[in-house]
Design a protein around this ligand. Structure first.
Ligand code: CLR
Length: 264
């Protein structure tokens, strides 16, 4: 069973042996990725599970809603930027990432950091009442009303629910985010073959990890099936950001460098 060929929509692997890897190498790489995730995930799942029922009061939600669009964007931008710094740190700790040329490091991070953040959001999302961690406590979609981009937020919350439904372990989240980051199809990559090779190995590690817990179910297929929704969100987000930059150029200034230019 271990030797069954596996097919993915991205990074097509026809046969595990093609990759010329032994289990120790895969195990070693898994450990590096999992440690990198645990060291940079901002909140451990233990911390989050303790906070999950700590919700914003009506009062607090109303106070967020009464903020101006501008102020709310600023607040979200600060939190997102902060979270992105952790994603950058995650990437830097991944074996192979720093060996890529600087152009490719930047391309991969720019294109992938939001997707990584969205996957990381699963751990900070409570599907029982559709709330997410924001400003230290959990709250629903109505917290973000003054942003005036309900379509984007509904998409983000839908994805949060869908990803939670997969009940991924910390290890699976670590490997999944690493695989998404190492996407060889990002525009402007110069060494996409190298990235492809890294991603192929990560997918093998993810498949192995999945086999540890889920026997028959095809979790891998389900994980892959969430990628299109993530793409949609990233595109919507880039549009909003573009719009926002025109309307509020002063606030767009505080977006971190990676966030500033959604496309090179
Ligand atoms: C994701 C997991 C990270 C910690 C973290 C920090 C900021 C959070 C983010 C998580 C989830 C999504 C979030 C964000 C701040 C604002 C954003 C709650 C929990 C919401 C969805 C608003 C998005 C606004 C758009 C204009 C992008 O480890």
């Amino acid at each position: 069973l271990d030797e069954l060929p596996v097919h993915y929509s991205l990074g097509l692997i026809e046969d595990q042996r093609l990759l010329d890897l032994n289990s120790t190498e895969i195990e070693h790489m898994s450990q590096n990725i999992i440690q990198s995730h645990l060291g940079t995930c901002q909140f451990t799942s233990d911390e989050l599970s303790k906070m999950i029922w700590n919700a914003h009061s009506q009062e607090e939600v109303r106070s967020l809603q009464s903020k101006s669009c501008r102020m709310m964007w600023q607040l979200c931008a600060i939190h997102m930027s902060n979270a992105i710094h952790y994603v950058v740190e995650f990437a830097k700790r991944l074996d192979g990432f720093m060996e890529l040329c600087q152009n490719d490091q930047i391309v991969l991070l720019k294109a992938g950091c939001l997707e990584v953040l969205l996957i990381r959001m699963t751990q900070a999302f409570n599907p029982a009442n559709n709330t997410v961690l924001f400003e230290g406590k959990f709250g629903g979609i109505q917290m973000f009303r003054s942003l005036g981009c309900d379509d984007l937020l509904y998409a983000i919350f839908d994805l949060g629910r869908a990803l939670c439904h997969l009940s991924l372990s910390d290890e699976e989240i670590a490997l999944f985010t690493a695989a998404v980051l190492m996407s060889p199809d990002r525009p402007w990559l110069t060494e996409s073959k190298k990235v492809q090779k890294l991603q192929d190995r990560i997918f093998v590690a993810l498949q192995k990890e999945i086999q540890k817990r889920h026997c028959s179910e095809d979790l891998m297929t389900k994980i892959i099936s969430k990628l299109p929704l993530m793409k949609t969100i990233c595109n919507l987000h880039a549009d909003k950001l573009e719009f926002f930059r025109i309307v509020h150029p002063d606030i767009a200034q505080i977006f971190p460098p990676l966030y500033k230019e959604p496309s090179i």
